[in-house]
Design a protein around this ligand. Structure first.
Ligand code: NAP
Length: 456
């Protein structure tokens, strides 16, 4: 199947297009390798992951170029993602040797309980195109650390970064059969039989809520354990008492990371009335100044969107908002091709019923509206089926904590525009997902707890 450069819409190369047979072969390889991999020492697994961490950093220039070519993000961001991916491997290399257990007396006496943690088994890992390497490392790292083998299905649009990561892992010492990458143009045809097969014991998915729901249904049939990192609709609240310059800087990060194509992207900006005009003016000045172009060109911040469908979606959302009374302070129209370019855009006066407030924009558009009271801000922020992350800016600590606790999301950026960190538990509530990746709990997703009752 072809891999396309979103900046030129030209093909880059071709990769293998797997069907159900190749999927089954990959699962067989993972199932066969599972026992030996689980028996390696934690220190061995840790050392391999640490070597892969160092290799990724040593090869950051080559890897980030591959990522920019297939995905479009500017080189500086691609370098950041390779480092982010490497950090997941280091974090889980460190976690591999810290798995705990327990030794407890039975309350009734006479017996002891041993509590052990064992790898869940062969794991299916499905990743999206927007962070084509880091989303893989965030799953492969804990899977390998826990002693699980895996089959990885990267997004059709960005297979090269995952193939490159798998190559690094192989050179770092991961044995054959432990990490198996399956690239495919018909994901359902490959994945559904692997879920139904029964040998996989875990599915970890990052992608859209719609596909996540479909996979949850399939997993119910074999009671497959799941982790789901799904879509978001992040509110970004700016209170009158915020440090305005910090709020604008945070807004730029929360909106423009990955050209707006992040599950954590701020989707709905809500600004308290007293500072709304000033916030909009400062944000517009920063957004209008962002250089746009191919991600490989120096200084570019706004690269192309992933494909023509993404541009069409953003165009339609902006048109709908404008038809309902929103005003574009900068941007607002797609560029003519070639490539999938949409400029950094600021909309003000976006009414709550505009589609843009209820849909993941996944593009460089900041949709602004005004609120008056804290209660109104919380109610509107929570008025969504999603609950991945929320952002709020205030210099009042009491308000900051009060609002953080009241927001229905798995993560909150309090005076911070980026929350992602391998050392922190990443994940959502409501329709944004199940489970957490990273942090102290990330490895739990790949472990089963076994209790052994011992007669004295
Ligand atoms: P997507 O369409 O759901 O695809 C994600 C992955 O699932 C891809 O590998 C895709 O393969 C595969 N897939 C699609 N249909 C499938 C099926 N029927 N069975 C098995 N696999 C299937 O999402 P996307 O457009 O790539 O990514 C964007 C979404 O991911 C956004 O909603 C974003 O919020 C979310 N995301 C969430 C997080 C998080 O941590 N919460 C992080 C990043 C992204 P194909 O590429 O071949 O379609």
């Amino acid at each position: 199947m072809p891999v396309t450069d979103p900046a030129t819409a030209e093909p880059l190369c071709e990769v293998a297009d797997a069907g159900p047979e190749e999927g089954a072969a990959a699962l067989t390889a993972a199932a066969v390798a599972q026992r030996d991999w689980a028996r390696t020492s934690a220190r061995q697994r840790s050392d391999i992951l640490m070597r892969a961490h160092r290799l990724l950093l040593a090869e950051v220039e080559r890897l980030s170029l591959v990522m920019t070519l297939e995905m479009g993000k500017p080189l500086a961001e691609a370098r950041g993602e390779v480092a982010y991916a490497a950090e997941f491997l280091r974090w889980f290399a460190e976690e591999a040797v810290r798995l705990d257990g327990g030794y407890l007396p039975a309350p009734t006496g006479g017996s002891r309980f041993l509590v052990a943690r064992q790898p869940v088994g062969p794991s299916l890992l499905i990743t999206p195109w927007n962070f084509p390497m880091a989303m893989g490392a965030r799953k492969i790292g804990p899977a390998l650390a826990a002693g699980c083998t895996c089959v990885v299905k990267p997004a059709e649009q960005t297979p090269l970064s995952m193939l490159a990561l798998a190559d690094v892992l192989r050179r770092a010492g991961v044995p054959a059969g432990v990490v198996n990458v399956v690239t495919a143009s018909d994901p359902g045809a490959v994945v559904a039989p692997m879920i139904a097969d029964g040998r996989a014991r875990k599915l970890s998915f990052t992608g859209s809520t719609a596909v996540g729901k479909l996979l949850l249904e399939q997993c119910a049939r074999t009671v497959l354990r799941t982790s789901m990192e799904l879509g978001g609709n992040a509110p970004f609240l700016v209170f009158d008492d915020a440090d305005l310059e910090a709020a604008v800087a945070g807004a730029m990060l929360a909106k423009m990371r990955n050209i707006g194509q992040a599950c954590t992207a701020a989707n709905r900006f809500m600004v308290q009335r007293g500072i709304a005009a000033e916030f909009a003016a400062r944000l517009t000045e920063r957004m209008a100044a962002l250089p746009m172009g191919r991600g490989t060109e120096p200084g570019v911040v706004v690269g192309p969107l992933i494909d023509a469908a993404a541009v069409a979606k953003v165009t339609a959302l902006v048109a709908d908002a404008r038809a309902r009374g929103a005003v574009a302070l900068t941007g607002g129209e797609p560029l003519a091709g070639p490539g999938n370019f949409y400029p950094a855009t600021v909309l003000t006066g976006v009414p709550a019923d505009a589609r843009i407030c209820h849909t993941e924009i996944f593009g460089p558009v900041a949709a602004l509206s005004i609120f008056d009271t804290e209660d109104e801000a919380i109610n509107r922020a929570n008025d969504t089926p999603y609950g991945l992350v929320s952002y709020l800016y205030t210099e009042n600590l009491r308000r900051g904590l009060r609002v953080s606790e009241a927001l229905d999301s798995g993560m909150v950026g309090l005076n911070e525009g980026v929350v992602s960190d391998p050392a922190a538990p990443f994940g959502g509530v409501k329709e944004s997902g199940l489970g957490r990746e990273g942090g102290l709990v990330g490895i739990d997703e790949f472990l089963e707890t076994k209790y052994i009752r011992v007669a004295l």
